[in-house]
Design a protein around this ligand. Structure first.
Ligand code: GUN
Length: 299
C-alpha cells in the first residue's frame, strides 16, 4: 500500500480545462475574442497522431477555434516554413504548435525558430527560453507548467525547498528548473553524468524525474516525505512472459512507483499524472497568448 498522497493528474487537468473554458467564454463576451490554436503534424507517427487528435478535440471542447494541418512525410522544409508564415500572419490563430519529432530531413530548430514567439504556445522558441531565464513574461513549455501546478497544489509555497531535476532537456528539464528557481527553490539539475545521483536525489524536498529511463529512480533514493513528480512516459514489455511474448506493453514512469510511494509524501502516478496536464496547459497557454496579442490583462 502506498503511504504517499497520490497527486491526481486527471482531477487537476479537468479543473484546469474547466477554468480555461470559463475564460474562453468570458473573452468571447467581453472582447469578442475566440482563442485559436493551430497544430501542425508532419508525417504519420502513430503516437503523434494520438497527441494531435487529443489537442484538437480538447481545444474545441473548451470553446476555442482549432485548426489541424496534416502534411505528408515527404513535405519539404520550404513548404513547412511557408505554412508557419501563414499561421503567424493569421489573426484567428493565437497559438501554433508543430508536433515533434519531425520526419528526418526537416530541421527542427529552424522550424521552431520560424514560429512567432508570441504564438509559440509550446514555449520552445529561443526567445521564450530567454524570456523565462530572464524573468520576463514568457510562453512556457506545457509539461513544466503542469509540473508546477501539481507542486503548488500539493505544497503551496515552494520557497526555500530543495528541488532536484533529473534530466536537462530543452522540453522539460531546463524549463522546469527555471520555473522552480523563479518559485524560490534551491535547484540542482542532475543528468547522465551526475556523480552519486542517488545521494543527490536524497537531498531533495522536490524530485522532478524527466530522464526517459524506465523506473530508474528507486524508493531508497527518496527523502522521506519528499514530493515526487514523474514526467517519464516509457513503454516497456510486460514482465509476465506470456504477455511479453504476445508483444504487449505497458507504460511506466522514470520512477519506480511502488517503492517510491512507500517513502514519498506525495507522488504522481504514471499513467494518470503529469501527462494529463500537458494538453490542459497548452490550452491555458493559448488563452495567455491570445490575451497578450490583443493587449488584454497583464503583459
Ligand atoms: N512531442 C512530444 N512532446 C511534445 C511537446 O511538448 N511539444 C511538441 N511540439 N511535440 C511534442
Amino acid at each position: 500500500m502506498p503511504q504517499a498522497q497520490i497527486i491526481d493528474g486527471k482531477i487537476l487537468a479537468e479543473r484546469l480545462r474547466a477554468e480555461v473554458a470559463q475564460e474562453v467564454a468570458q473573452l468571447k463576451r467581453s472582447h469578442n475574442l475566440r482563442p485559436g490554436l493551430a497544430v501542425v503534424l508532419v508525417g504519420a507517427d502513430p503516437a503523434s497522431e494520438i497527441y494531435v487528435r487529443s489537442k484538437g478535440e480538447h481545444s474545441l471542447a473548451v470553446g476555442m477555434h482549432s485548426l489541424t494541418h496534416r502534411l505528408g512525410a515527404d513535405t519539404g522544409q520550404a513548404e513547412l516554413l511557408a505554412l508557419i508564415g501563414e499561421l503567424n500572419a493569421d489573426p484567428a490563430i493565437h497559438g501554433i504548435l508543430v508536433q515533434l519529432p519531425l520526419p528526418e530531413g526537416l530541421d527542427e530548430r529552424c522550424v521552431l525558430a520560424a514560429i512567432d514567439p508570441d504564438k509559440d504556445v509550446d514555449g520552445l522558441h529561443v526567445v521564450n527560453a530567454g524570456r523565462l531565464a530572464s524573468g520576463l513574461p514568457a510562453l512556457t513549455p506545457c509539461t513544466p507548467l503542469g509540473c508546477m501546478i501539481m507542486l503548488r497544489e500539493t505544497l503551496g509555497d515552494l520557497s526555500g525547498k530543495r528541488a532536484v531535476v533529473i534530466g536537462r532537456s530543452v522540453l522539460v528539464g531546463k524549463p522546469v528548473a527555471q520555473l522552480l528557481l523563479a518559485a524560490d527553490c534551491t535547484v540542482t539539475i542532475a543528468h547522465s553524468r551526475t556523480r552519486d545521483l542517488p545521494d543527490v536525489v536524497r537531498e531533495a524536498d522536490i524530485v522532478v524525474a524527466a530522464v526517459g529511463r524506465p523506473e530508474m529512480v528507486r524508493g531508497d533514493w527518496i527523502k522521506p516525505g519528499a514530493t515526487v513528480i514523474d514526467v517519464g512516459i516509457n513503454r516497456v514489455p510486460f514482465r509476465d512472459p506470456v504477455k511479453a511474448a504476445q508483444g504487449k506493453t505497458k507504460v511506466v514512469g522514470d520512477v519506480h512507483f511502488r517503492s517510491a510511494a512507500q517513502v514519498a509524501g506525495a507522488i504522481t502516478p504514471v499513467p494518470g499524472g503529469v501527462g494529463l496536464m500537458t494538453v490542459a496547459c497548452l490550452l491555458k497557454n493559448t488563452v495567455t497568448a491570445a490575451k497578450r496579442l490583443r493587449g488584454i490583462g497583464e503583459r
